[in-house]
Each structure stands twice: as structure tokens, then as C-alpha cells.
Ligand binder design. Structure first.
Ligand code: SIN
Length: 335
């Protein structure tokens, strides 16, 4: 019997350290997004045993510069590939610094059941023990595997498979930087062999009310993140509202808490129609409503399990649909 053709995978490149090149042989410094997508693929000849790859460059940036326009362009290119019947899945190369934000954005706006996998690297392509080649190999293996359908957007790094909603970057330099919180990993991938765990816990991709990306227009509603600390004053809150923020995400202390002055500023902003979401700077845990703060009385929204950067992504999308605090809170309990 003839062997079936390998799955067709579209590889969308955006830059990051995975395409980075050191500035000298023994240099710690490097330029992100310096290698072409073709060079990246050529460095891993084993990819030809996994899939038929089609490469497309969407951007060539460090992920700190990933902005709304690039998100929407990336989402449109990914959706176009996913809507092509012959294409089995999409892999996106991306800088690790804001990968969790792009992954969660795509998890909310792509309408597909096909696998979508983001991949990056902590070490540039020219480094000793570069992690990009094995991460790319594993990412293609994950996207080419039919069992990864209907799991939302995934991130592959350091032999782990993460759900877009759960993953966060926790270390500045180590290759094991990514962690998934309460709901754990989507699976492991060992030299291209997959071990998949439970399905994602919240609504995503084909079931998302924010999909497909074509319904979105830039600019998305402005949402700022404000980082709390002991004795925080109200000036930055008032400044953000004056600058036109339609939403604020608070990286609060502990359980999303705030000083009395900052809380008064939030309450005033909420009365003026600005959506205020309480998240936490702790890096874990759930923000519940009405524990230390009277959310019902003040008109505030609890981020549930989302960290501040992901709460910002969801609030930007939520504000394209709803303004009412109850409806916005329901969205935070759904995605
Ligand atoms: C970036 O996020 O673009 C730079 C850092 C990295 O990719 O690891």
C-alpha cells in the first residue's frame, strides 16, 4: 500500500530569539529576528520526515514590539491557512517574552479545530545548545498530529506542550522558563513523540464569540495595566483614564488588592464607565469576587485565574462586545 502523504503545515514566522544570531562568537548579546524562515527550517533537516512545510514571514520583530496591527495580521494569515482544506495545522515562530499574550489572543480569535502551535527559543540559533531546533521539531510534530485538534492554541517549549490560557513565562534566561498553573500541561513531547493530557478547561477557538479575526478592527479598545505596590497613590489611575483608557487591569497585591487611594480612583473610574479588572501580581491563584474588596458595590471585575497580561487581552476583546460589568465578569468566567 502506498504511504499516505505527510500533512501540510503552514509555518508563519514573526521573529524572536528562535531566529536570533549572536553578535560575536562568544557574545551573550544577539539580534533577535535576524535569520530567515528558510534558514530556520534548513537548520532542522529532520522536519521533512514530519510534514510538508510551507513557510511565510508575517513579521521579523522581537516580541516586545508585537502590537495590535501585527496580532490582527498574524491572525488573518493563520485563519487563511486554517481555512485551506489541504492544510492540517499552523505553527507560528514567536519571541518568548510576549508569546503567552499572542497565544491567548489567537486562542480567542481563531475559528478552527485544527492545531495551532506557537514556538520560540530562549537561546539564539547560533548559541551553544540552541533550544530552537528541537522546539521547532517538536512543534511541527504536535501540529502534524491529528490528536491535537480541538485543544485550542498550544505552545511548545522545552519538551512541554502548554495551553495558551495556562502558560506564563517565569524566568528571564532559563530554557525551562514556561510554566502552566492550576490546570497543568497539555502534554509532553519527547523527540516528536506526543503524550497528551486533559482537554482545555475554558472556551476557545471554534467556540469563541470573538472569532473569526476578520470581525475585529484595529485599534482595539485601549486597556492599560497598572502595577500595585504598598502605599500606591491614585495619580497613575487618573492619568490612564485621562489618556483614554476604556479599561484598566490592576496587577494587585495578593488577592488583587489595592491601597485605599488607588481603590478610590478605581471606583471613580468604574462610575465613569471604565472597566476595572482586578488581577494579581503574585503569579498564581484565583481572584474571587467580594472577598477583601466589595466588587459588587464598586462595580469591579475579578480576573478569575488570568494574570494581568492575559486579562488585558481578554478585556480588549470583551470591550468590543460588552460594557456592562456583569456581562464582562461573565466573559472572565467563560474564557
Ligand atoms: C523576544 O521575545 O522576541 C525575545 C526573547 C525571546 O524570544 O526569547
Amino acid at each position: 500500500m502506498p504511504t499516505p502523504p505527510l500533512p501540510r503545515i503552514r509555518l508563519l514566522a514573526t521573529g524572536g530569539t528562535i531566529a536570533g544570531v549572536q553578535t560575536g562568537d562568544d557574545a551573550r548579546g544577539y539580534r533577535a529576528a535576524a535569520l530567515s524562515t528558510e534558514d530556520l527550517v534548513a537548520a532542522v533537516p529532520q522536519l521533512t520526515t514530519l510534514a510538508q512545510l510551507e513557510v511565510e514571514r508575517v513579521a521579523a520583530i522581537g516580541s516586545q514590539d508585537m502590537d495590535e496591527a501585527t496580532w490582527l495580521k498574524l491572525a488573518a494569515r493563520a485563519q487563511a491557512a486554517l481555512d485551506t482544506p489541504e492544510i492540517a495545522g499552523v505553527v507560528i515562530t514567536h519571541g518568548t517574552d510576549t508569546m503567552e499574550e499572542t497565544a491567548y489572543f489567537l486562542n480567542l480569535v481563531l475559528r478552527t479545530e485544527k492545531p495551532v502551535v506557537l514556538v520560540g527559543a530562549m537561546r539564539p540559533a547560533t548559541a551553544l545548545s540552541a533550544d530552537g531546533p528541537i522546539n521547532l521539531y517538536n512543534a511541527i510534530a504536535v501540529a502534524a498530529h491529528a490528536a491535537t485538534r480541538s485543544r485550542g492554541v498550544l505552545v511548545v517549549a522545552n519538551d512541554e506542550i502548554h495551553f495558551a490560557r495556562e502558560i506564563t513565562k517565569t524566568d528571564t534566561t532559563q530554557v525551562g522558563t514556561f510554566r502552566s498553573g492550576h490546570h497543568g500541561l497539555a502534554g509532553l513531547v519527547n523527540a516528536g513523540r506526543l503524550h497528551l493530557y486533559g482537554p482545555p478547561v475554558r472556551r476557545h477557538t471554534h467556540a469563541s464569540e470573538f472569532a473569526p479575526p476578520a470581525v475585529l478592527v484595529a485599534p482595539l479598545p485601549r486597556v492599560d495595566i497598572l502595577y500595585a505596590h504598598a502605599g500606591l497613590g491614585r495619580d497613575l489611575f487618573d492619568a490612564a483614564v485621562r489618556a483614554g483608557a476604556r479599561g484598566l487591569v490592576i496587577a494587585g497585591v495578593g488577592d488583587g488588592n489595592l491601597s485605599a487611594a488607588a481603590l478610590a480612583a478605581c471606583a471613580a473610574a468604574a462610575r465613569a464607565g471604565v472597566a476595572i479588572v482586578r488581577s494579581s501580581r503574585t503569579g498564581g491563584g484565583i481572584i474571587e469576587r467580594n472577598i477583601e474588596i466589595d466588587d459588587d458595590g464598586l462595580g469591579l471585575i475579578a480576573a478569575d485565574e488570568l494574570n494581568p497580561q492575559k486579562a488585558r487581552v481578554l478585556l480588549q476583546l470583551a470591550l468590543t462586545r460588552a460594557r456592562d460589568v456583569r456581562a464582562l465578569q461573565e466573559i472572565f468566567f467563560t474564557y
